[in-house]
Structure formats: C-alpha cells, structure tokens
Design a binder for this molecule. Structure first.
Ligand code: SF4
Length: 388
C-alpha cells in the first residue's frame, strides 16, 4: 500500500470545516493507503511559542473528534510529532539543503509578514490620526463641525478617517515584499516550518500527500528537498506526489473563514441547542431583509452549509433564495435540522471516548511511528556519513 502522510496542528475541537475539508477524506483514504496522521505539535509553536500550555488539552480534544468521525487506529497510525524526536534530526539535515531565499518566497511566510506589517501600520495610523483630530488643521475642522452639529460632525469625520485608513492599509498590503522589513515577531522556526513539514512527510517515506490546490507550493519544497538529498547523498526518499483534494468552501457564522480563534465555528461536538443557536445567529445576505427580497447565496454562510450538508436541496435553495421565494428563517431552520442529524452520531461517539483512551491511542501510534522513523534515520545516517 502506498504511504500517505497528513496532519494538523493541535487546535482543539474540530469544526464542520475540518470535517468536510479534511476528516471525511482521511476516513476514505485509510481504506486504501497506509496512512500516518500527525498531531503537528511542534508546528503549533512556530508562530506562537507560548502555545505549549494549550497543546495537551487541544491534542486530546482534536484526536477525540478524529476517532469519533471514523479515523481508525487499527488502520491508521495516529501519532504526536514531538513523541517522535527523529523528525528533529531529519529537519536539521534538511535545513542545510534549503536556501534562506527559497524560504522567503514561501507564500504562507509572505502572508504572515504582510499580516503583521498591516497590523503594525494600523496601530500607527490610528495614533497619528487621533493626534490630527485634536490639534492642527483637522482639529480645526472638528471644532468647526462640532459647533454646527457635534454628533454629526464627529461621525462624518470618523467616516472620512476610516476610509483613508482602509485605503492606505490596502495599498500597504500590496507593497512589494521586502525582506528587510520582516517583523521581529517572525522566528527562525517559523521561517523554517516548511522544512520541518518536509521532514514529517519524508521520514515515513510518504508517497502521497492530500493537499488543496493552494497548498501545492508547500509540497513542492518537500519534493525539491527529497530530490536534492537523493542527488547529494544517495537514494533514500521517494518524491512525494500531491493527492489533490477538493476542499468545499465553508464560512463561519460571521462570514469570515471558519476558525476557533474567530469564535465563529460550528463544532462537530456541539449540542443540538448550540447548533440551533449558532445557525440562528449567523449572518446572511444583509440586503435580504424580508422573505420577498431576492438574496445572494454566494455571500451567505448558510448557503455554503446547505451545499456541504444538504447537497440534494442546495440547487432549489439557491434558486428560491435568488427569486425571493425562500426566507432566511426557513432556510436556517432547514440547515439546522440537517446539521443536527449529521453531527449527532459523532457527538455521541465522542462522548464515549475518555481522555485515557485517547492518550493510549496516541502513545501506541507514536511508538509505531518512532520505529518507522528510526529505520529512515538510520538509512540517512548511513548515506550521509558513508565516506567519513
Ligand atoms: S435564503 Fe438562505 S441562502 Fe438566501 S440569504 Fe437567506 S439564509 Fe442565505
């Protein structure tokens, strides 16, 4: 059987985006491949080193959901990265094979740098504009407007300031990437995380890696490292291939990407009451105020949930939303019912799994992973030092 490697950072309870985007795929893969599913706990520290305090609890919650949806420890190796220290040795050796420039071109790294730069610029802009509003020319305008209609004047000015700020930030985020402007929060570990990822895959001689279209550049680096290692030291590693996976779009109830950190997620283990409440609270198309108003399903999180959990009716829902025949309350009630019945069996199963049982599964899987990883490390040491 071909070897498949995939993993996740320990983020705690899994939400319906994880279920549709990753876990359902893993459940299928384990029937036809030798799967290694990794709890990537070292990765969790690369952008936030103090996250160590949350890792154990998050790992237990996450793996509980993995098992609840059908990942089977008898078929797949479920392991914790930090319990297989061999990853660190391979990561170190691989780090000699990658240039800093190559890592600076990694799209995730660039995104993170832009995000931090944007955040910092935002703080500076707010401060400067605050100053402007109390003294100087803008301050004068405020005083004038205040005299006419204080509330209206302030609102107007804040609106103008807000628009200037948005415009400036937008432009800043598109500025050419300049590595001399890398924020100090970016660690050496974060820059090198794709090298650790390559070690995660190649240490098990992973041949296939399930990825979405946008993750292809990450896998490309692992492929380059495998090729370079084999060329310089000797054939050890297969060149991993992508197993392209379609990742359905699922939005959080506030319309942003679904994420625990945004507090907008519907979790696999949510109770029927929690699901109903969250669906009720979810935003929809803000232009659709009454049932008769035509809606835009493409901007509505509820519609994406229908597509994922109620595919048979999603065409009709799309049509009727556009025509203004369907109201948001009915539409939400329908998806809440579907979600409750789809998630109920997982919630029940998760309730039967104790922390001790999850710990045993992780310990056992990590032992199997360690043995396999050690075999690869021995091979690597042999070819690496064969001439010395
Ligand atoms: S009818 Fe449904 S899909 Fe359309 S905007 Fe309302 S909740 Fe969204």
């Amino acid at each position: 059987m071909k070897v498949v490697l995939s993993g996740m950072r320990p983020t705690g309870r899994m939400h319906v985006g994880h279920l549709k985007g990753v876990l359902e795929n893993w459940v299928k893969l384990q029937e036809n491949y030798k799967c290694y599913f990794e709890v990537a706990d070292w990765h969790a520290l690369t952008d936030e080193p103090t996250r160590n305090r949350e890792v154990l609890r998050n790992t237990l919650d996450m793996v509980k959901d993995w098992l609840a949806v059908g990942i089977d420890p008898k078929k797949s190796v479920i392991f914790r990265q930090s319990l297989v220290p061999q990853h660190a040795e391979i990561h170190l050796i691989f780090s000699m094979l990658v240039s800093v420039n190559r890592l600076l071109r990694n799209p995730t790294f660039k995104e993170k740098v832009s995000e931090l730069r944007k955040k910092k610029s935002e703080i500076k802009l707010s401060l400067n504009l605050e100053n402007l509003s109390v003294e100087g020319e803008v301050g004068g305008i405020v005083e004038f407007i205040k005299g006419e209609d204080k509330e209206k004047g302030e609102k107007f000015l804040r609106g103008v300031i807000g628009r200037i700020k948005e415009e400036v930030l937008e432009r800043l985020s598109f500025l050419d990437f300049d590595d001399s402007l890398i924020p100090s929060e970016i660690s050496y570990g974060f820059l090198g995380y794709p090298v650790l990822q390559a070690a995660d895959i190649l240490i098990y001689k992973g041949e296939l890696v399930p990825v979405g279209e946008d993750q292809l550049p990450h896998l490309e680096l692992s492929r380059e490292i495998a090729r370079d290692f084999n060329r310089i030291y000797g054939e050890v590693f297969p060149i991993p291939e992508p197993l392209l996976t379609e990742i359905p779009k699922i939005l959080g109830i506030d319309g942003r990407k679904m994420s625990k950190s945004y507090n907008n997620a519907i979790f696999i283990s949510d109770t029927p009451e929690e699901i109903t409440q969250k669906v009720k609270k979810s935003i929809t198309d803000p232009m659709k105020i009454r049932k008769g108003d035509p809606g835009r399903p493409e901007i509505c999180p509820i519609f994406y949930l229908h597509k994922a959990f109620n595919p048979d009716e999603s065409y009709e829902i799309e049509e009727n939303c556009r025509k203004g025949v369907l109201g948001c309350v009915d539409c939400k009630n329908r998806i809440a019912g579907k979600l409750i019945s789809a998630l109920e069996p997982y919630r029940e199963k998760a309730g039967e799994l104790s922390d001790d049982l999850i710990m045993d599964v992780i310990r056992e899987g990590s032992k199997v992973a360690r043995e396999r990883a050690e075999e690869t490390v021995e091979e690597v040491r042999r070819v690496l030092w064969s001439g010395s």
